[in-house]
Each structure stands twice: as structure tokens, then as C-alpha cells.
Ligand binder design. Sequence first.
Ligand code: PSU
Ligand code: MN
Length: 306
Amino acid sequence: MTLTAELLSFSPEVAAARAEGRPIVALESTIITHGMPWPQNVETARAVEAEIRGAGAVPATIAVMAGRIHIGLDAAQLEALGQARDVMKLSRADLAACLALGRTGATTVAATMICAGLAGIEVFATGGIGGVHRGAETSFDISADLEEFALTPVTVVAAGAKAILDLPKTLEVLETQGVPVVAFGQDDFPAFWSRSSGLKAPLRMDTAAEIALAHRMRGRLGLAGGQLIANPIPPEAEIPAVEITPFIEKALAEAAAQRIAAKAVTPFLLQRIFELTEGRSLTSNIALVKNNARLGAAIARALVAG
Ligand code: PSU
Ligand code: MN
């Protein structure tokens, strides 16, 4: 049996798109299980999928359930995942173990890239990526997402990274790993809630067609790894730094006081920021993920057209 038949389950919608060569955009599931509270997590996941369909592509939300990698979830599966407890947070290190043990797992950026790669999906849209945590010089906490960009040939659209991270160090590690970091439509690297981090992105592109060409060119050169497309949050959804910074500082201080470590750090910080900002951060988060989904769909279409 092929790997696909043995381990991958495609939803009917994604299977049909594959058969017809239509554009597909992968979506992660850690944002659902560890990034947002229920029921907004499921509502957002549905809205993001609708955004991709509206932009002429097919969404493929990825998760591990009952010993198989699911590429595309139906409504019942999405709801079950959104309410499930004891869901593993899967990065490169955990994927095989989760499958082998028959457990339920949500894919991070790194694991979603791996699964998308296995399924032949070249574009993936999300909110924020993992990166180098503040204080990494002592904690060594650097997300496996960064290394994945150097390994797996998937173009990922995100709104940059949250200021819970050390953004200059995150850009340095991506540069060391040989990862193209492309700001979309502007010079600055965006910082999730803000359109600008105050740091210049190494590369800039202004159209989905350029991003698709660069993706193809990497393939032609035989370069491993993908591209990070940093798409700024829509202006109307931005949260001014003065508003969000105190909440980030508070969440970071609580994480330190409670000695939160390893895989728990990012989910802890995300949850605390949602709680501290109440509705505000969630509304912005949803707006930027939808925005990234639309750009992901445009890139997937350009890849199919080219
Ligand atoms: N940052 C966000 N939202 C998220 C995540 C990060 O703004 O949902 C999630 C993604 O799934 C990302 C993961 O891949 O957290 C990174 O976790 P870690 O830092 O433990 O590698
Ligand atoms: Mn970490």
C-alpha cells in the first residue's frame, strides 16, 4: 500500500479538488485546539474555510485522528476537534508517535507543513508562526516551526509573529536556515497585531504571481524548504502597540512565575492574551487569518495557473 492509502484520509471535497487539479490551501489545527477558545475556534475555522472557497480554492484543514492524517475535515470532525480534550499538540517530534498510538493530535505550523507536503499541497495559510522566544539565550526555546521552513517545501502565509517572541532573533534564525522571509506589499516585517514590527523584511513581493514563481524557482533549483510570506493585518483590525504591549508583558511574567516550559509556553501565552484582552485580540486574530487565507488562495491559484 502506498503511504497515501495507508496514512492519509482526504475529505471528499479535497479528494475531488486533487482529482481535478484545483488549487488547495492547507490549514493548521493547533490554532483551533490550542490557539483560540471554543466556540470561536470552530466558528473561525469554518469562516476561514469559507474565505478560501470564496477566493476560488479548496481548504484542507489538517489533523490526526484515530491513527490517520486527515487532509480536510468535515463539519462533525471539526466540531469534535474544537471541543476535544487531551489533544496532542503536534510538531515534527510528535507526529509519528501520535499516529502510532492512535491518539488525536492538532498540527502546528511545522506538522501541518509536513502533512501538506505528504499530500502534495504547496500552500498553507495560518495566523502566526512559532519563533524564538524572548530569553531564548537562557531557555533555548526556539520553535521547531523555524527549522521546518528549511526542510519542507511549502509556502506559508502568516501575519508575521506575535510580540510574545523575540522578532529580531526570529528573523536571524530564519536567515541562518536559508528561509526566504517575504513581506507582502510592504517593506517591513509585520508583527501580527501590527502591520509593522519596525524591522525590515529581507524580501518583498507585491503579487501572488511573484510568490508562486519564487516557489517554483526554489523547486527548480532543488532547494529544500519553503517560504514564509508575512502578510500584514488589515489596517482596520490593527491593535496599537500601546494597547497590546501591557497584556503581552503580563502574560510573559505569569509564564515565568509559573515556570511554564517547552510545548506549553506558546498555548499558555496565547490563552492568557485572549483572556486579558477579552474580545479585542480575538476579533483582530480572526480578521488576519481570513486575510491570510485569501492570499493563500491567490497563491494556490497562481501555482495551478503557472
Ligand atoms: N502563534 C500564534 N498562534 C498560534 C501558534 C503560534 O500566534 O496558533 C501555534 C501554531 O500552531 C504554531 C505553534 O505552529 O503555536 C508554535 O508552538 P511552539 O512555539 O511551541 O513551537
Ligand atoms: Mn518552544
